[in-house]
Design a protein around this ligand. Structure first.
Ligand SMILES: [Zn+2]
Length: 52
């Protein structure tokens, strides 16, 4: 459950996020929301390109 995901934002920026993030994760480039906590695991709104 505690995996890292590589997520690609619509702006083209890729960043690693924690698979069960406990708070909202924003893109470091455009500040779009990439993941939101939904209880046990994060809901990813970007495109997951890799599970690390
Ligand atoms: Zn972005």
């Amino acid at each position: 459950m505690s995996k890292f995901l590589k997520v690609k934002c619509e702006c083209g920026n890729e960043q690693n996020i924690f698979g069960n993030a406990s708070r909202t994760v924003h893109c470091s480039s455009c500040k779009a929301v990439l993941a939101k906590p939904t209880g046990s695991r994060a809901r990813v709104s970007g495109k997951v390109t890799k599970v690390l």
